[in-house]
Write a protein that binds this ligand. Structure first.
Ligand SMILES: Cc1cc2nc3c(=O)[nH]c(=O)nc-3n(C[C@H](O)[C@H](O)[C@H](O)COP(=O)(O)OP(=O)(O)OC[C@H]3O[C@@H](n4cnc5c(N)ncnc54)[C@H](O)[C@@H]3O)c2cc1C
Length: 469
């Protein structure tokens, strides 16, 4: 067993979280699936299967559904639950068992007391709450917990400190891509779970989407996003469509909110229903101009993994004090500047400002669960301009983003707000202006020069009408 643990820790994606001895005569290997909610291109599932095969033990993939993840509501849970049955089927097809236990039976420790696995494999999420759950499980389990960094291309452990900007992490990522941007094996479990079948079946609960959404104690204040379904097949369909129709013009169309023009894969990435590796490999080998492929891979790999690096190394990732000193200083110097307008949180949430473009972006997010990427920058910067202090602007932008975006509560979201309001990963931009100081500024007239604003507002109005009909 100790040789096995040595072998595991040689895997650059794996981290041994405690020093507990493996359970002798364990009944199985448990993969505690949290973030990487998929049955393919999942390095955590691969490791669990590899360990099970070496120990000649069956693999049990455990998904415990917690209904009170901070700031998650009906909209998010509905998207998550959409994907579960398919993930179960893909896991079963690889020879492992999929054990689903929703609240109040979602506890990993209780399950380990019942099943006595040899060890537990988990996946990783750099955000505060899931990191806390991982640390608590590592302390309380009486067997080894190994976690796998399954939702990035280059494992985050390759970067030991917070990176200053895209320009500092980019060359490091590019150096490591030949090692990590490769197809995975997607092995199958060799040891059948059938001998444990009756026990597992008695612990397993049905994935009944309607019943779960009705009965779980969820925050129901935000409606299910219309016309969007979660799940790996949906993600793959979107990827195929984007590669065929959108990728060729990505470098120019991605900043054209009236055209959409982007992959719209962020929610699937957030819930781990698709791996960034699957997307990157499809884009890398696509027949499309190199400029477009590079522009996309810059966002998917460099920008996304810079966001993960920020959240992993900076405990203030969702507050202004996680931002650079120059940015906090300039905002502080301008914190008493008169604001051109002050709107209440309710006015902002309801999209009731005098700026029709901002209102449309806000309503796109509230109604559909996603806002176009270009407008997210403008949206957050305007909140800075219209609230009493930069701290309040930061807090409100995070709150609205987490509440309404399907891809909210993600490292990308905290980093996006930190970039827009707190100059994170950016540089000072002169001349110094009221309220913003040296933070990069965006105005309506700049948007109007860049894209067809009336066509975007019209698109949101049409969408909103179609949904109400
Ligand atoms: C204020 C603000 C808030 C944001 N909130 C979120 C959020 O809650 N969740 C979220 O996933 N992204 C967020 N972003 C980043 C970005 O806007 C979205 O990832 C992107 O718009 C998602 O649409 P897409 O999947 O069509 O992206 P595409 O343009 O198709 O890009 C492909 C993938 O690359 C990644 N990506 C793209 N742009 C960025 C970026 N600027 N930074 C990091 N990764 C990027 C995403 O994973 C995205 O799915 C935010 C940005 C800002 C400025």
């Amino acid at each position: 067993m100790s040789m096995l643990l040595d072998w595991i820790t040689k895997n650059p994606r794996a981290t041994l979280r405690n020093q507990k001895p493996p359970q002798k005569d364990g009944s199985c290997v448990i993969y505690w699936m949290q973030r990487a909610q998929r049955g393919f291109d999942n390095p955590a599932l691969d490791l669990a299967i590899e360990v099970g095969n070496r120990l000649e033990l069956p693999v049990v993939v455990f998904f415990g559904l917690h209904p009170r993840y901070p700031n998650a509501n009906l909209r998010h849970y509905s998207f998550l639950i959409d994907g579960l049955a398919e993930t179960r089927d893909r896991v079963l097809a690889r020879g492992a068992y999929f054990l689903f236990r929703p609240f109040p039976e979602h506890d990993l420790l209780e399950l380990c007391r019942i099943l006595r696995p040899a060890l537990v494999v988990g996946d990783e999420n750099p955000l505060r709450e899931p990191s806390g759950w991982r640390e608590s499980a590592a302390r309380k389990l009486d067997l080894p917990l190994v976690t796998v960094d399954a939702d990035v291309i280059v494992p985050t452990a390759q970067f030991t400190k917070e990176e200053y900007a895209a320009r500092t992490i980019r060359p490091k990522i590019h150096r490591l891509l030949p090692t990590f941007l490769k197809p995975l094996e997607n092995l199958s479990a060799l040891q059948s779970w059938q001998p444990l079948g009756a026990r597992l079946d008695s612990l397993n609960r049905p994935i009944d989407a309607e019943g779960l959404l009705c009965n779980l104690p969820l925050d129901r204040s935000v409606s299910i996003a219309p016309n969007v379904k979660g799940g790996s097949s949906e993600a793959l369909k979107r990827l195929d469509h984007f590669v065929a129709e959108g990728l060729a013009n990505y470098d120019t169309d991605r900043n054209q909110p009236h055209l959409r023009g982007t992959s719209e894969l962020s929610a699937y990435l957030h819930f781990g229903q698709i791996s960034p590796l699957t997307i990157a490999l499809a884009v890398k080998s696509a027949v499309a101009p190199e400029l477009a492929r590079e522009a996309f891979l810059e966002e998917l790999i460099v920008r996304r993994e810079l966001a993960v690096n920020f959240v992993k190394h900076n405990p203030g990732y969702d507050r202004l004090d996680g931002c650079h000193k120059w940015a906090v200083d300039t905002l502080t110097r301008h914190s008493n500047d008169p604001r051109p307008r002050l709107y209440s949180a309710e006015q902002l949430e309801g999209g009731q400002t005098e700026d029709k473009l901002w209102n449309a972006a806000q309503m796109e997010m509230v109604i559909s669960g996603r806002m176009h990427g270009y407008l997210r920058m403008y949206w957050a910067k305007k909140i800075l301009e219209w609230t009493a202090s930069p701290d309040e602007a930061f807090r409100l932008a995070v709150e609205l983003n987490d509440r309404y975006q399907l891809d909210g509560r993600d490292p990308n979201g905290y980093t996006g707000v930190a970039w827009a309001i707190g100059g994170k990963h950016d540089r000072p931009w002169g001349p110094e202006r009221p309220v913003f100081g040296l933070i990069r500024y965006m105005v309506y007239s700049g948007c109007a020069r860049k894209f067809n604003v009336p066509a975007y507002i019209e698109r949101v109005a049409r969408m909103s009408q179609e949904i109400q009909e």
